[in-house]
Write a protein of this length. Sequence first.
Length: 292
Amino acid sequence: MTSHIEQSTDLRLTNSIRFAVVIGSGVMGAGIAAHLANAGIRSLMLDIVPRELTSKEEAKGLTLESPEVRNRIASENRQKLLKQNPAPLATADHLNFIEVGNLEDDLERLKEADWVIEVVVERLDVKQQLFERIAPYIREDAILSSNTSGISIEAMASALPEGLKSRFLGTHFFNPPRYLKLLELIPTEKTARPVIDFMSRFAEDRLGKGVVEAKDTPNFIGNRIGTYGLLVTFEEMLKQNASIGEMDSITGPLIGRPKSATFRTLDVVGIDTFVHVAGNVYETLESGEEKD
Ligand code: NAD
């Protein structure tokens, strides 16, 4: 705690979040941008530049240099927000709060952001490389956070310049961000206390979240428990030779859980993301019942 107070003396911190840059426009990035839009906060959603043209783009005479192609990933993911159920946006008009771009042509626009949130694929190496690239563009009063499901926030912070470390933390939204109330905030040793307090107030008052401060342990709180629960369920399923339908029928509303139960919840999360999240616990725990 003392370290937070000492570090905060020369801290410059934005006094409100008016504009955010969301990096990664997948399931969570787009969902977070939508939830910000619902709260009246404008954002720019960035994603990678495609390396190949689609047949439709070729037919239109577009090239890999055309802005429409370069912004395709974020742009298509933005459009998908209109089709999802439950609706991530309060109204279709809220889509106008979300701009799109890409991680090569729009880095300068990071300077406009009061808050930059990283929501890219769940890999430490990818996140660290991204942080090295974006750090020079982040304003000196802006906040940077990661939406990782459970990768070490300290390990990510090691890729950041010293001056940014006090304004960096984990902000872990759950899926779907509009509907799930929990938000885990995960500070590092160097995150300044005013930054944690500011994000906590912002998330509660503007975004309607219930904030829990978590320690930087593998998968934090929710996913540590959730991963264990899911893997025990799979183990039991194999032992009992039960079907997916049978497992869902006993792990849903019957025991006070959502009707998406086990397997539909996994589909919402994304099976690839769950494999990363489970692998993270396996790789980072040395031994014990949870690992075996
Ligand atoms: P996703 O696969 O839907 O989206 C990931 C995005 O990252 C894609 O748009 C992809 O184009 C982009 N990307 C891929 N490689 C990249 C690179 N090298 N540089 C920059 N961008 C790149 O994944 P998601 O489910 O949205 O997860 C994103 C983050 O949010 C992960 O850290 C994940 O653990 C976390 N998260 C996911 C969930 C969930 O339920 N899916 C919940 C909470 C947190």
